[in-house]
Design a protein around this ligand. Sequence first.
Ligand code: SDX
Length: 388
Amino acid sequence: DTGMFTFDRGYTSTASCRSRITFIDGDKGQLMYRGYDISYLAQERTFLDVAYLLLNKELPTIEQRVDFCLEMKKRSFIHEGMKKLFDAFPDNAHPMAILSAGVSALSTFYFEHIDIDNPDEYMEMAKRIVAKIPTIAAFSYRSSLGLPIIYPDLDRGFTENFLYMLRGYPHKHIDLKPIEIKALDTIFTLHADHEQNASTTTVRNVASTHAHPYAAISAGIGALWGRAHGGANESVIRQLEMIGSVDRVDEFIKRAKDKDDPFRLMGFGHRVYKNFDPRANILKKIRTELMKEIEIDSKLVEVANRIEEIALTDDYFISRKLYPNIDFYSGLILQALKIPKEMFAVIFVIGRTPGWISQWIELKEQPTIKIARPRQLYLGPVDITPKH
Ligand code: SDX
């Protein structure tokens, strides 16, 4: 099929990318998916509604919502052969390493069933990846602890099912509070897309080479893993635990301000939000609600509140427009949901996957796809080749 060998002339840097998916106004602290404000979506809609919106460009009707939920349930199982992959990793393997490998491995089990240049198949591929990533994530976590894996329970919704696969016992009902499910569902929604951040740019760069979507998502997982990006929520908890008590906060604020000290306050600052991260504000409210019903490590909350109290009044942070970002709050909530910190970036992946896939499809639907090829400012030596 010659279609496989058609390439568009030239290249582009994804920095000039145009998109209709997510809008951010960093000064106003505004975030919209397909024109819907994040506070409306987080409050009034489910994560699967948001995934449907990102993928289909509109919110689902009641019937479409029911169909989509069913479609995702049907696809939530993974090929039994994939279980060997989890056994291949040592117990101390980081779940992001397993997830990145697992998503790439999906291609060997499902790739031949899709034609990545056929727009009619994009939605099938999208549903498959969004539905299977939570299962791969939960299976990899359980196998890293030597626990029996818990298969998806088709009587449970998307987010409840993930918590069940993570924390459940075979054939045993577990008590999941509605507020726990709503908190995690909102965290997924808040992470669903964020225009051209580092990992989404990675996904688009890989998509621009005509690699298959599993490769693009696997690469996105790798980029997200970094502590400056999706690994920040895990680093926030580690940092709060290291600081340990309110009376040590001043010492670390001082270090964060010291130009000669590489120490940074994890969960603070953002390349785009120079006022406040609207997602952080929503999570702060969720943390307060959650604390009324389930135990959150109050010592860590005290340290976090003290950091926030100082940083929001300190000229160093104000002058650099450094405010708490989404990761400053998500870690404490995830810890309260009994999700281990090694899984925090995985939670970010589950939330971000519909956004990554929507961005992959948007690029593939462009009339011409130019391979990403940013240029550079060359600073090295110029032609010092010995002349004979
Ligand atoms: C995410 O892009 C996205 O949209 C990402 C994300 C998404 O949804 O995809 O929103 C998710 O990644 C959120 C960010 C999570 N990362 C962290 O919380 C890590 C800690 N934050 C920083 O490393 C930093 O703030 C970044 C990486 C988030 C943003 O870095 P920038 O915009 O490149 O800022 P910079 O490094 O140029 O810093 C500007 C100044 C510097 O001081 P000066 O040289 O001007 O004196 O601000 C200082 C920095 O030293 N600074 C910090 C700081 N962040 C920036 N100082 C102390 N603590 C910090 N956290």
